[in-house]
Design a binder for this molecule. Structure first.
Ligand code: 5GP
Ligand code: ZN
Length: 118
């Protein structure tokens, strides 16, 4: 079972419908919604309904949930018409610019993406 989330987790609030978000896909395990500050024409966040602070913690406790998130990312990419490709990335930890500590998979596409990301 997932750890008790902090009361102030913004993504738990989105899962609970307590704050608004533009949801593009929802299943028993995952919710996908548009990023408030998009970095590409498509920028969707795919999150597990359960609260884990980051992808490493999710992997340690519910490894199958990671597969669910990537499968959802693929469905979102189809839905968004990202035939040309997309990036799916977890920022894990402050040095990687993680700012919201509820695990989330970024799905970015709709433009030519650069590498390395910086
Ligand atoms: P991180 O930097 O932790 O990898 O990504 C957090 C992402 O969440 C950022 O891209 C930020 O724009 C997005 N974000 C933060 N607060 C909200 C919110 O309340 N609603 C939505 N839709 N996105 C948010
Ligand atoms: Zn949370």
């Amino acid at each position: 079972t997932a750890p008790t989330p902090p009361d102030d987790c913004i993504f738990c609030k989105i899962v609970a419908g307590e704050i608004p978000a533009t949801i593009v896909h929802a299943s028993d395990d995952a919710v996908a919604f548009r990023d408030l500050n998009p970095q590409a024409p498509t920028h969707v966040l795919v999150i597990p309904r359960s609260h884990y602070p980051d992808a490493a913690s999710l992997a340690a406790h519910e490894p199958g949930a990671l597969a669910d998130l990537f499968a959802t990312a693929s469905q979102v990419a189809d839905q968004e018409g990202l035939e040309g490709g997309y990036r799916a990335v977890f920022n894990t930890g402050a040095a990687a610019q993680q700012t919201v500590f509820h695990a989330h998979l970024h799905v970015l596409g709709g433009r030519e993406l650069t590498w390395p990301p910086g």
